[in-house]
Design a protein around this ligand. Structure first.
Ligand SMILES: Nc1ncnc2c1ncn2[C@@H]1O[C@H](COP(=O)(O)OP(=O)(O)OP(=O)(O)O)[C@@H](O)[C@H]1O
Ligand SMILES: [Mg+2]
Length: 390
């Protein structure tokens, strides 16, 4: 793996020395220059020296007692060297400083005191993003998961499908668009930012800002968490397109948990999706609702993309899968067995069933991921292209 060249900007002598030891200790990066003052202008000799060192990464230590100078330096370095990544280092108890550092152009915000694993993770993420950037022209696929009826299992399906895709192919994101997001709870994650922060900042969104809003699961899956207050996130169409444009540029697979949201946003996401997974159960009320949801999505042209996923599946005498398809008006894509104890226990613990690799239920979700991706190389992304031209 090629080494990353790193410049360290820290006014505190001890912190500068510690950072150098930590960087050189990662073995994927090497310090090429350290500086003890913040650059304040493009013509500043400090700026020129940082520039001349041609860093892949500049670490900027934000002193707790005077963030503005460091933030200005981040902005300046980002303007002067747009291709070099900036990692800001500071304390997590100053949320506004984190947001401002990201706005100024920092790609990562690392909590002080930092350690080698945190730094190594950030370097590895950067190298992975650089590699992805080189695979030009590839756009990811969106799979959205919507309920026929509240509680039918959309979040369970979305979380485990995303984990299955991540495990098989990597580069997967899960976006929680539910009116009250539960995906983070299912994975025992504590997001700092959520989809509301991402949509509020769309006017200045770029790849690094998007990444900073994601919460990483230990599998590598990146979650754009849902809102934790029932207030609806209701971005404009243009905002949504921009967000999904960024997502499909950045990730190979984007799974969206729409859960029980039936509004313009869910219709829009359906129209951006390769496949809409309509999660229903085999009871009359659920199938009746599924037919209504199918009709609702069909009004904005998504009818052919909708596939039925029968959750808590149990054979019912006198009722066939063909009957379910006819009742809903959508082809059956997958059946998920009824395993209340395994699934509800997994949600309560925050360890999704996909983590229990060899269980029947994990194999079921792995099979669903395979089914959705089997024709991948030659899939035409007509729907996406159509949307892009609007
Ligand atoms: N295959 C299954 N077998 C048994 N129980 C299940 C199954 N899938 C989901 N459940 C149970 O259904 C409940 C709701 O699941 P989940 O949170 O995924 O639903 P949801 O449809 O996203 O809900 P909401 O409408 O609140 O968004 C959970 O308590 C879970 O244990
Ligand atoms: Mg849900």
């Amino acid at each position: 793996m090629p080494e990353l060249s790193v410049v360290i900007v820290a006014t505190d002598n001890e912190q500068r020395a510690v950072l150098q030891v930590l960087v050189d200790g990662t073995s994927v990066a090497r310090t090429v220059y350290t500086c003890a003052s913040f650059p304040v202008a493009a013509s500043d000799p400090v700026t020129r020296r940082v520039h001349a060192a041609k860093p892949d990464v500049t670490l900027v230590d934000i002193p707790a007692d005077n963030p503005p100078l460091a933030l200005r330096a981040i902005e300046l370095l980002h303007q002067e060297m747009p291709d070099a990544a900036i990692f800001a280092i500071g304390t997590l108890n100053q949320p506004q400083v984190i947001v401002n550092a990201m706005r100024a152009g920092a790609r990562e915000f690392i909590e002080r005191p930092i350690n080698t694993p945190d730094l190594l993770d950030a370097f590895v993420r950067l190298q992975a993003a650089q590699r992805r950037g080189r695979q030009e022209g590839t756009r990811g696929k969106v799979f959205s998961v919507i309920n026929a009826k509240g509680g039918n299992g959309a979040t369970t399906v979305a979380v485990n499908l995303a984990l299955a895709l991540q495990s098989a192919y990597g580069q997967t994101a899960l976006v929680d668009l539910a009116l009250l997001g539960h995906a983070a709870l299912h994975m025992n994650l504590k997001p700092v930012f959520n989809v509301a922060d991402a949509t509020r900042n769309l006017h200045r969104m770029d790849a690094s800002l998007l990444e900073s809003f994601m919460t990483r699961h230990s599998s590598g899956l990146q979650l754009l968490a849902g809102t934790n207050t029932p207030a609806a996130v209701d971005p404009s169409t243009a905002d949504f397109v921009k967000l999904f444009d960024m997502l499909v540029t950045h990730y190979r697979y984007v799974v969206v948990d729409v859960s029980s949201r039936f509004d313009a946003a869910s219709r829009l996401v359906a129209s951006l999706s390769e496949t809409v997974l309509l999660v229903a159960c085999s009871d009359v009320a659920s199938l009746w609702s599924a037919a209504r949801v199918q009709q609702y999505l069909g009004e904005t042209g998504s009818r052919d993309r909708v596939r039925l996923v029968l959750n808590r599946f149990r054979k019912v005498a006198g009722f066939s899968e063909a009957d379910a398809e006819t009742a809903v008006g959508a082809k059956l894509l997958w059946r998920i067995p009824n395993q209340y104890f395994a699934i509800s226990g997994a949600i309560d613990r925050g360890t999704p069933v996909m983590d229990q690799r060899n269980s029947e239920i994990a194999r079921c979700f792995a099979g669903l991921a395979q089914e959705l991706t089997q024709n991948d190389p030659d899939v035409k992304r007509a729907a996406w292209k159509l949307f892009k031209s609007v």
